[in-house]
Design a protein around this ligand. Structure first.
Ligand SMILES: Cc1ncc(COP(=O)(O)O)c(C=O)c1O
Length: 369
């Protein structure tokens, strides 16, 4: 990408035409376009082996993945989550008849604050839904203890965290279930798509059933499910993209390192820290811009063709539609509110060149000086 072309917060990695066509041919020749076809089977196997998880289900997207998990774990009443996330996290709960009970995030990593979770616990709470924000895992150890103490399931929205490990274990091995998004904005993409990883074979079976209308066999429907299946076309796209996945990660690392170098010790901004113990965090490169200058920086970047994004702004608790159905939205969330006013996700993709990152950093430095 040349320095004069626009830079977007993410630019999807795509396979070559030949790579994609070679995989699509299976679907075209067999006319199996959906319903657990051979490409779904292959992708499932490849991903499970890659991230070393025992049970992985593919889904149509990351939002449907959360909805299916909410049903599978019989969430009802309230589920504790945070307002510092993409709308899908809370919307999926609401669409399954559950009220999000918003609590604040930790100052450093912007993931759900275990102390706040403990304080918010009440009789009507049926689960905890943490978000591995920008790929930083939640405090999985403390959350695990809280979920066990209260006897309620713990789920992670890992939309940003595919491939991340914590203490050398894939993030999805923590909690009862983890959902991923393979949307075009994600490091590994099937264009639209997602996955659910669980440790329990029984839960896995229920998730597979619920993702396919609850149909067990030709003459047996055993549950009220939904259509959350990934098509064979999307699976083909994913398999083709896997051919470049590790190279893409390497290029993202290079860009991250350039940003780290160029933005270290710049007065007025801080670089979001990794939680100690994680492998890599390559979904977004996030800075915090202090002193109310974030929106100016975003504007100055935009005027130079650099489209950074305020992930996550506005807080869900500040959105009228959520305030109407979530009484907890009127509480105060000091860490999340500060973060929503300061965060800026900079362009990060495998298509970028090192000089792109240095150019972005230089615009930022000029903007805040
Ligand atoms: C934190 C988070 N959760 C869930 C989703 C929803 O994923 P999808 O777009 O695949 O439905 C996203 C999407 O970007 C997200 O950022």
């Amino acid at each position: 990408m040349s320095a004069t072309l626009p830079l977007y917060v993410t630019t999807p990695s795509v396979p070559t035409e030949a790579e994609l066509v070679a995989l699509l041919r299976t679907a075209l020749e067999s006319r199996r376009l959906s319903n657990a076809g051979p490409l779904n089977h292959q992708l499932k196997l490849r991903l499970s082996e890659m991230i070393k998880v025992p049970h992985l289900s593919l889904t149509s997207n990351g939002t449907a993945a959360i909805e299916v998990v909410a049903r599978a774990l019989e969430f009802r009443g309230k589920v504790i989550t945070t307002p510092f996330t993409f709308p899908a996290t809370a919307a999926a709960l609401i669409w399954t008849g559950v009220t999000p009970l918003f609590v604040d995030v930790e100052e450093d990593f912007l993931t759900i604050d275990p102390d706040a979770v403990e304080q918010a616990m009440e009789d009507n709470v049926s689960g905890i839904l943490g978000v591995h924000v920008y790929g930083n895992p939640c405090d999985v150890v403390r959350l695990d203890a809280i979920s066990k103490k209260h006897g309620i399931p713990l789920v992670y929205d890992g939309a940003h965290a595919f491939g991340s490990t914590y203490n050398n274990v894939d993030v999805s091995r923590y909690g009862d279930a983890t959902t991923f998004s393979f949307h075009a904005t994600k490091i590994f993409t099937t264009a639209e798509g997602g996955a659910i990883c669980v440790n329990s074979p029984e839960l896995h079976r229920r998730i597979e059933l619920l993702s396919n209308f609850g149909i067990e066999s030709e003459d047996s429907v055993v549950d009220i499910g939904i259509n959350a299946k990934m098509s064979e076309i999307h699976a083909a796209f994913g398999l083709a993209n896997l051919l470049h996945y590790h190279d893409d990660l390497e290029r993202r690392r290079e860009i991250r390192d350039c940003y780290d170098e160029a933005l270290a010790n710049v007065k007025g901004i801080s670089i979001l820290r990794d939680r100690p113990g994680i492998s890599d965090r390559l979904q977004y490169y996030v800075i915090r811009v202090r002193d109310g200058k974030r929106d100016n920086v975003q504007r100055d970047l935009k005027s130079c063709g650099v489209f950074a994004r305020r992930y996550f702004y506005p807080l869900l608790s500040d959105i009228k539609a959520y305030r109407r159905v979530c009484p907890s939205a009127s509480n105060s969330f000091p860490n999340a509110s500060r973060a929503a006013a300061e965060v800026l996700a900079l362009p990060l993709s495998a298509n970028m060149k090192k000089e792109d990152a240095f150019r972005v950093a230089s615009i930022i430095k000029t903007s805040i000086s």
